[in-house]
Design a protein around this ligand. Structure first.
Ligand code: AP5
Length: 192
């Protein structure tokens, strides 16, 4: 199974991807996690990305594509993957089509988790208290939501127009949302 998980910051992409990874036995590729690992390692890329991420802005398309090419070159992606956090704009959507095309692959579904903005803000505030993630500040969250609405929403429309999108209600318990995703990818229809 090859899945692209889409949704606003705090919609539950990372949480559900971790469960899907176990269930589907395919790797979870989170561009946010890959970038945070670079920041933690203090690499050149990490140093470049650190401030951009803390402000809630997008790291450059070129850096992201290089990172993804590198990750997809590993053999564990040959049977499938769950891509979380990419693409975030139309240029990245085109880059993903190109990358998968070169590997003679495509993805099965783009799954969007739908959650109302007030609940997103509430969830991220909860995580900020519990984990203190560097970009979970109110200013950064505002920027991330704005970028999502301006740049990522067109990606969702693009997949919808191409018949690749399935939308899942992301509100409810972790188990409920997980079950809806599994139903959606087995039926190909919107659930919830
Ligand atoms: P990234 O790490 O991708 O962050 P994000 O998209 O802002 O997403 P979040 O991690 O905030 O939310 P999520 O949807 O994964 O929700 P989660 O499961 O954690 O990106 C970070 C930064 O990296 C970007 O801002 C950018 O700078 C850079 N970057 C990454 N990809 C990039 C790209 N492609 N191009 C350019 N730059 C890029 O859940 C959130 C909280 O809610 C958790 O506390 C969780 O426990 C809780 N929760 C989850 N589900 C539920 C539920 N059903 N009920 C109640 N609580 C729930």
């Amino acid at each position: 199974m090859r899945l692209v998980l889409l949704g606003a910051p705090g919609s539950g992409k990372g949480t559900q991807a971790a469960r899907l990874k176990e269930h589907l036995q395919v790797p979870h590729i989170s561009t946010g996690d890959l970038l945070r690992a670079e920041v933690a390692a203090g690499s050149k890329l990490g140093l470049e990305a650190k401030g951009v991420m803390a402000r809630g802005e997008l790291v450059s398309d070129a850096i992201l594509l290089g990172m993804l090419e590198d990750r997809f070159s590993r053999s564990d992606t040959s049977n499938g993957f769950i891509l979380d956090g990419y693409p975030r704009n139309l240029a990245q959507a085109a880059a993903l089509d190109g990358l998968l095309g070169r590997m003679k692959q495509s993805f099965d579904y783009a799954v969007k988790l739908r959650v109302a903005t007030e609940l997103l803000v509430e969830r991220i505030a909860g995580r900020a208290k519990a984990e203190g993630r560097a970009d979970d500040t109110p200013e950064s969250v505002r920027t991330r939501l704005q970028i999502y609405n301006n740049q990522t929403a067109p990606v969702i429309d693009y997949y919808r127009q191409h018949g690749q999108l399935t939308v899942v209600d992301g509100v409810g318990s972790l188990d409920e949302v997980f079950t809806r995703i599994l139903e959606a990818i087995s039926s190909g229809h919107e659930v919830g």
